[in-house]
Design a protein around this ligand. Sequence first.
Ligand code: ADP
Ligand code: MN
Ligand code: MN
Ligand code: MN
Length: 337
Amino acid sequence: MRKAEYIWIDGTKPTPQLRSKTKILYDEGQPPVWGFDGSSTNQASGESSDCVLNPVFTCKDPIREGNHLLVLCEVLNTDMSPHQTNTRRGCVKACEDHLDKEPLFGMEQEYTFYKDGRPLGFPEGGMPAPQGPYYCSVGATKAFGRTIVERHLEACLRAGLRVSGINAEVMPGQWEFQIGPVDGIKVADQIWVARWLLERIAEDYDVDVSYAAKPVKGDWNGAGCHTNFSTKEMRDNPEEGYSYILAAAGSLGENAKHHIENYGADIEERLTGDHETCAHDKFRYGVSDRGASVRIPWQVADEGKGYLEDRRPNANCDPYVVARLIIQTICGEKRGF
Ligand code: ADP
Ligand code: MN
Ligand code: MN
Ligand code: MN
């Protein structure tokens, strides 16, 4: 007997939420196709409520341990066509269309812990000391929620996700984990599973996870999902690689509006031009520039090859959409959303 936690992305607007339920598998073999009530998840009407769960990525369940499984699913209609909330199919297509470029992604998922209606580290009825000491901090008056963060990191690693690191962020109660470098579909699948694990583990501490782009108004950093990207051409050859990186940054600039519109809800509140962002209605790229839309890391400029960082995606972005748009824009096609 194995417990399989079927995880999927719902139809909540403007930001889809994660859902999951458990299926007991009495047989060996791959987890089968399953179904759910789409009328309870904004994915169907009451008269025609069935939606299909099609497993797309299975890994060990680090919470139940043993031989139990997490089963990430895409949502289909009962005729097996992709459901309109299924953004994964488009991402798969874009990745397949540009396999020859060998694209790699690293996503930096930021998030904010909440308890009793306010971010961890915020005092009741007031504000904490201004930003400054919290980023990459250690100590009980600066870092809030580390127990959950460490459990989450351990869980991701046990599940076999390609985590590359974690850090405390600029606002109290705000943290980040990174997935990558891996291909476009892997990065997005793994970001969704890592998000699910984070919410599930935080639940044990009565803590909620917010992926809101600007959780606290005013002089507090928002939460993003910086997306690092490279192709084989950008990675491989010194000098020549750099010309591909500049061309890629240029293409992102030409398509800036389309990207901003699909990088997550409330992006205007986060991309103001302050707090390490470039304004949402402007585009610029630069070396080491954390006030740019797209940053070229200094080591990359130094070596003349590597990757670029698109700093615009929100924490609440859909990584399938972000990965698809970046591949389409940089690898040549400019199809609409
Ligand atoms: P930052 O300095 O912006 O906080 P991070 O260390 O948090 O950077 O994240 C950098 C991300 O870039 C990591 O997820 C890493 O895996 C990814 N990365 C590194 N090299 C490449 C590459 N060649 N292509 C794509 N992503 C890469
Ligand atoms: Mn980072
Ligand atoms: Mn960060
Ligand atoms: Mn970054």
